[in-house]
Design a protein around this ligand. Sequence first.
Ligand SMILES: C[S@@+](CC[C@H](N)C(=O)[O-])C[C@H]1O[C@@H](n2cnc3c(N)ncnc32)[C@H](O)[C@@H]1O
Length: 240
Amino acid sequence: MSDWFKTWFDSEYYHLLYKDRDQTEAENFVKKIYQYLSPSPNQTMLDLACGKGRHSIHLNKMGALVEGCDYSENSIRHAKQFENDNLFFYTHDMRNELPKSYDYIFNLFTSFGYFETLDEHQTTLLNIYKGLSEKGLFIFDFMNTEFVLNNLVAEEIIQKESVCFHIKRELIDDVITKKISFKINENFHEYQEQVRALHPKILVEMMKNCGFCVKEKFGNYHLAPFDLHTSNRFILVLSK
Ligand SMILES: C[S@@+](CC[C@H](N)C(=O)[O-])C[C@H]1O[C@@H](n2cnc3c(N)ncnc32)[C@H](O)[C@@H]1O
């Protein structure tokens, strides 16, 4: 697993492919989770690996003091147009320690599992633990690997505007590899997404290794209870 995420997530084609999932899904989920967390007005939130900031923007609209950070410079440049007194974006590699602490840290929409080694993942979680205030909460939203692997769609064609994306998925050495290929003006493009197939059990173990306590497990963006066999998401609410 090389640093593939540096180029793919920074490309305009990533944003085109996932365009339709963007705003409504984020807005509805943010409303639900905000209601559940019921933060007080001065509490701070970090959307870690925020992409173009879709969740950060809605969290801020709900009244929170929000910062969003991401490795992708293009995404942060785009997000910055939405900044205000209570919303700020910066570039950051989550494998490094956070510059300050927050009352809530969110890591949403499978923004984890990309790195070469398990150690890098464990370090990332430890950085989050250190960056969380004493009574803070960490909201971690990953795919439910058990469900995803049992329902893996090996090939798919997705048309977005004028681009026809050919997608191939397979499990290689415990990594779910998604090859994305398409042609633009007769030029062939190929990207890869590689996400480590971290099983819910392993993730909970990794969280506990850092010192986190699991407060809640949800199984989708409507906050239904988690079920290993039928839930498509594995959403954890963790405290110190
Ligand atoms: C699947 S996207 C989700 C983005 C955003 N959370 C959303 O839901 O729209 C994953 C994000 O993780 C970011 N990312 C990948 N590696 C990172 C790293 N080492 N540090 C910070 N962000 C990273 C990518 O740039 C990308 O924006």
